[in-house]
Design a protein around this ligand. Structure first.
Ligand code: HEM
Length: 212
């Protein structure tokens, strides 16, 4: 990044470099740790989902984890999608209006900054019935319409690490389900704080043990 130049030979300034590095740390680390903590939280709260996900892993238990076997874990896929829907690591994003345009009954004037909400979209009951419920099945046989499910944003500035993040999440989740079990410890505040990314106020306190 220090050496990168654009077509006219310009380089990034030191302040811009600092911003880019902080962005990478935040985008690559904060988001994923939040998503994995939410996975552990929601599965501990929904033992039936954990049991079903573990049952799916049993089919692959003997196989090395590979891109091929990960692809076949379709239930785990739905579980992870539902985790990212219900507790989206990033609540929304900003866009600059490049040219005055209409959106439904609103006029968006050129130059305005607009916030698009990932959270509110994911909790819209017209898109996801009973949106507050954790139901991986809702992703089983259907893919949501474009822009109605967008944990990684959308358009040209969509998350750059999206596929990498999906891979990391699935690897972590599959390993955890195969080798460990966990439960929530009592007396902790599970209410989520959302800044910088969602996580329970007390952290997430679990008892975790290795399976036989
Ligand atoms: C579950 C994990 C993740 C989620 C939910 C997530 C979500 C997002 C969202 C919502 C945006 C903004 C997109 C927009 O403005 O439309 C974004 C941008 C970005 N993400 Fe991720 N992200 C995740 C993991 C990662 C990882 C692992 C990396 C890097 C290794 C990464 C790198 C980036 C970068 C560089 C951007 C900025 C892209 C740009 O502005 O052009 N993200 N991410």
């Amino acid at each position: 990044m220090l050496e990168a130049e654009d077509e006219s030979g310009q380089r990034l300034g030191i302040e811009e470099l600092k911003d880019q590095l902080l962005l990478l740390l935040f985008a690559g680390h904060e988001t994923l740790t939040s998503a994995l903590a939410s996975f552990c939280l929601l599965l501990a709260q929904h033992p039936e989902v954990k049991a079903k996900a573990r049952c799916e892993q049993a089919q692959f238990q003997t196989a090395e984890l590979s891109l091929e076997s990960l692809k076949q874990m379709t239930y785990l896929d739905s579980v992870l999608k539902e985790v990212l829907r219900l507790i989206a690591p990033v609540g929304g994003g900003f866009r600059k209006v490049a040219k005055t345009c209409e959106l439904g009954e609103y006029t968006l004037p050129e130059g305005w900054t607009v916030l698009y909400s990932i959270n509110l979209t994911h909790l819209d009951s017209e898109i996801f019935p009973n949106p507050e419920r954790f139901e991986p099945e809702r992703f089983r046989d259907r893919s949501p319409e474009p822009f109605s499910y967008l944990p990684c944003g959308g358009g040209v500035r969509e998350c750059l690490g999206k596929e990498f993040a999906r891979l990391e999440m699935k690897l972590f989740a599959a390993q955890l389900l195969r080798q460990y079990d966990w439960e929530l410890l009592p007396n902790q505040d599970l209410e989520l704080k959302t800044i910088p990314t969602p996580r329970p106020k007390d952290g997430l306190k679990v008892r975790i043990w290795e399976l036989e």
